[in-house]
Design a protein around this ligand. Structure first.
Ligand SMILES: Nc1ncnc2c1ncn2[C@@H]1O[C@H](COP(=O)(O)OP(=O)(O)OP(=O)(O)O)[C@@H](O)[C@H]1O
Ligand SMILES: [Mg+2]
Length: 340
């Protein structure tokens, strides 16, 4: 459905996207996940035709929209797009905002009316169609933007952090809404976010971006359970990343030796050990570390240990330990990345 092949893009001397290749199947929801500045928005804007890469090809629905000798402008790519800032026109009612793309397409008034009502129903805003934007909440404004992007029935919808201005409850609600809409309409979606839980919850596949390249693209489960690089392990699982050496069934780092989990008993040599906070067991084990903070999370407790020039984070059930204590810790699971 969407194909990007070896895309390069710079702003001045800064290379922002470096050889990005990505294929998205019809009806698929793929998230671009990565830290601020890694090139997510730039990638989305290139798919939309709002930016032009220096090299590489982009095809949508088997039609080349960008290549050495082709460039199809945004309005001819038939995509829907929702931006982080709702970009809802303040002087137009909800209805007029949503109708606008159809006005541009010269859709006859009667059909337009029908489609606007339909799109507003999709996002459950039909009861507010005559309201002005200033009288809407953030979540409602975001729904207007979503309805406006969907009213043309695009086969592809590009979403750039569409939920980031919303509070936690609204985010969850709209997240569910987007999932339901996709199931109903079969729209192919590219969803940009820097929130890993959002990406994992919504996507068929997640592309983890770092400094203009995709480090790994995989299903949420695969990404979480089998991260391909330390960066992915750190970004997606929130893993602790330890530099050191695997030797004799232990991992030597920062002056201590953690016994490696049984699956890693044969690991040897220098490398990075990624340990998810839930896999760092507190209250048992042969290594003991000073506890610097204990944070109540509701469902669990986070324990922080100063380690090297950083912090080790563990998440688990509440225990007796308090800040200042030396506490035993053990690895219940880990991923080893040998140094390349
Ligand atoms: N028009 C521009 N001119 C110059 N530099 C730009 C321009 N747009 C983006 N950049 C730079 O390109 C890099 C990638 O930007 P981009 O907006 O794609 O990041 P992002 O992954 O979407 O980040 P965020 O999560 O903060 O939105 C950044 O370093 C940014 O400063
Ligand atoms: Mg961005």
């Amino acid at each position: 459905m969407i194909e990007l092949a070896d895309i390069h893009k710079s702003y001045g001397a800064t290379k922002v996207v470096r050889g990005l290749t990505l294929r998205i199947a019809p009806g698929e929801l793929v998230s671009l996940l990565g830290p601020s500045g890694c090139g997510k928005t730039t990638t989305l804007r290139m798919i939309a035709g709002l930016e032009r890469p220096e090299s590489g090809r982009i095809a949508i629905d088997d039609r080349e929209v960008c290549g050495p000798r082709t460039f199809v402008p945004p309005e001819k790519r038939a995509l829907g797009m929702v931006f982080q800032s709702y970009a809802v026109w303040p002087h137009r009612s909800v209805e007029a905002n949503v109708a606008y793309p159809l006005v541009l397409q010269k859709v006859p008034a009667a059909e337009r009316e029908e489609r606007v009502v339909e799109a507003l129903r999709w996002v459950r805003l039909d009861h507010l169609r005559h309201r002005m934007p200033h009288a809407l909440s953030g979540g409602q404004l975001q729904r207007v933007a979503l309805a406006r992007a969907l009213v043309s029935r695009p086969r592809v919808l590009l979403l750039d952090e569409p939920l980031s201005n919303l509070d936690a409850a609204l985010r969850e609600e709209l997240r569910a809404e987007i999932a339901a809409l996709r199931a109903r309409l079969g729209t192919t979606m590219v969803f940009v976010t820097h929130d890993q839980s959002e990406a994992l919850a919504l996507s068929d596949r997640v592309a983890v971006m770092n400094r203009g390249v995709i480090e790994q693209i995989a299903s949420p489960e695969a990404l979480y359970l089998e991260p391909a690089t330390p960066f992915v392990a750190g970004f997606v699982g929130g893993s602790n990343l330890l530099e050191g050496e695997a030797r004799g069934g232990a991992f030597h780092t920062g002056g201590v030796a953690f016994v490696l989990p049984s699956a890693l008993q044969d690991a040897t040599g220098p490398g990075t050990l990624a340990v998810r906070p839930a896999d760092l067991r507190v209250g048992a084990g042969e290594v003991s570390l000073p506890l610097s903070a204990r944070l109540f999370l509701g469902h669990a407790v986070e324990y922080r240990f100063p380690f090297g020039d950083g912090l080790l984070r563990a998440v688990g059930p509440a225990c007796e330990a308090k800040a200042g204590d030396r506490v035993a810790v053990r690895l219940d699971g880990a991923t080893f990345f040998p140094r390349r």
